[in-house]
Design a protein around this ligand. Structure first.
Ligand code: GRF
Length: 204
């Protein structure tokens, strides 16, 4: 499967996904078609280029949401992604973006999306002294962190005394869960395709 990975910042999830395609759980299942950013100066873009990934960017600053999203969708379609994988992509997507990739856009949110949406999820967990938080991988719809949940994994926060420690534990789970969820999704899709092919062969 071809992945378009979208980011706006640091890119640690992108990096773990790239490594999973190179030597990990996504090897032989996925390749990175492009790493795209709405921020040309995002550190994650440089990191992706250093990994040998194709990179592309389109500055979103000062642009109207619909117009930017339509242009970004056209750009990304040139890379023919099977999945659009949001990895710290700090934008709410409009229908102009979602429609061409409907049902194929994934996001990772560092909290249970039923309990917390939007920014600062680790701060929320830390400030509320949660002893556990949940990392969520979900399909993206037009809301903010509202799409159908694909996978969740809990993070044990007992004894985490600083926000940095909460983030460190959470990110370790994020990095593993995102690649694992994608691998399962791709395998499921492959099985569906091959059993459909089987059915049509036996019908002919
Ligand atoms: C991660 O915590 C992710 O869950 C959230 O944004 C952060 C991105 O971090 N959506 P990174 O750029 O992948 O390091």
């Amino acid at each position: 499967a071809r992945l378009a990975i979208l980011l706006s910042g640091r890119g640690s999830n992108m990096l773990s996904l790239v490594q999973a395609t190179q030597t990990g759980i996504l090897k032989d299942l996925a390749e990175v078609a492009v790493v795209f950013s709405n921020k040309p100066e995002a550190p994650g873009l440089e990191l992706a280029a250093a990994q040998g990934c194709p990179v592309a960017s389109l500055p979103s600053q000062g642009r109207k949401r619909e117009a930017f999203d339509a242009e970004a969708a056209v750009l990304l379609q040139q890379y023919q992604p099977d999945f659009v994988v949001l990895a710290g992509y700090m934008r709410i997507l409009s229908p102009a973006f979602i429609q061409p990739f409907a049902g194929r856009i994934l996001n990772i949110h560092p909290a249970d999306t039923h309990q917390h949406q939007g920014l600062h999820a680790y701060e929320w967990a830390f400030d509320n002294k949660l002893t556990e938080t949940k990392i969520t991988v979900h399909l993206v719809d037009e809301g903010l962190d509202t799409g159908p949940i694909l996978a969740q994994e809990s993070v044990d926060l007992r004894g985490a005394e600083t926000l940095a420690e909460v983030e460190r534990r959470g990110l370790a789970v994020e990095h593993q869960l995102y690649a694992q969820t994608l691998a399962e999704l791709i395998k499921t899709k492959q099985n569906v395709m091959s059993s459909a092919a089987e059915t049509s062969r036996s019908e002919n």
